[in-house]
Write a protein that binds this ligand. Structure first.
Ligand SMILES: Nc1ncnc2c1ncn2[C@@H]1O[C@H](COP(=O)(O)OP(=O)(O)OP(=O)(O)O)[C@@H](O)[C@H]1O
Ligand SMILES: [Mg+2]
Length: 145
């Protein structure tokens, strides 16, 4: 069976989610692909904000809903993607996301499950589940690491 490691955490505030994300940013390596899943408002962008801050990105980070991908420079490049409004996998190919998946930066992909067939098998998935207004269960799964 494929190697899958699973870990669950609880966050009680947006600040806590950002702090967890900053901790993850310390551990990533070039070429890591992190897929963020969970409902609207679950905390995916909040996580990316904490991650990029921890990674040395100075810009304000928001969801790249219209651009599909935003590129930030931190310790090494950060490719923040959001596939929510994606019309099909051709769009991902056209944008060149596959180059980013196998490139020299770290990919953070909101709604990445919408293009699951294009995602590298070697990836980290982080799921956000809303337990109540300020509480989130954050589940980490590392596939083939
Ligand atoms: N523990 C928590 N962790 C993260 N966000 C929280 C938490 N508690 C409350 N929130 C709030 O939940 C919202 C999360 O919004 P965010 O934009 O990060 O969601 P999202 O998953 O990116 O949604 P979308 O699918 O629309 O992109 C924010 O308004 C944030 O303040
Ligand atoms: Mg978002």
């Amino acid at each position: 069976m494929d190697k899958i490691i699973r870990k669950e955490m609880i966050s009680n505030s947006p600040e806590e989610t950002r702090a967890i994300a900053a901790g993850v940013a310390e551990d990533v390596k070039k070429g890591d692909v992190i897929v963020l899943t969970g409902n609207l408002g679950a905390g995916k962008t909040c996580f990316v904000q904490g991650f990029t801050k921890g990674f040395g990105v100075k810009e304000i980070v928001n969801s790249p809903s219209f651009a599909i991908v935003n590129v930030y420079s931190g310790k090494f490049p950060v490719y923040h993607m959001d596939f929510y409004r994606l019309t099909g996998v051709d769009e991902i190919r056209a944008i060149g996301c596959e180059d980013y998946f196998y490139g020299d930066g770290v990919c953070l992909i909101e709604w990445g499950e919408r293009a699951v067939n294009l995602l590298p098998a070697r990836r980290i998935e982080i799921n956000f589940e809303m337990l109540d207004k300020n509480t989130r269960e954050i589940t980490f799964e590392n596939f083939k690491y």
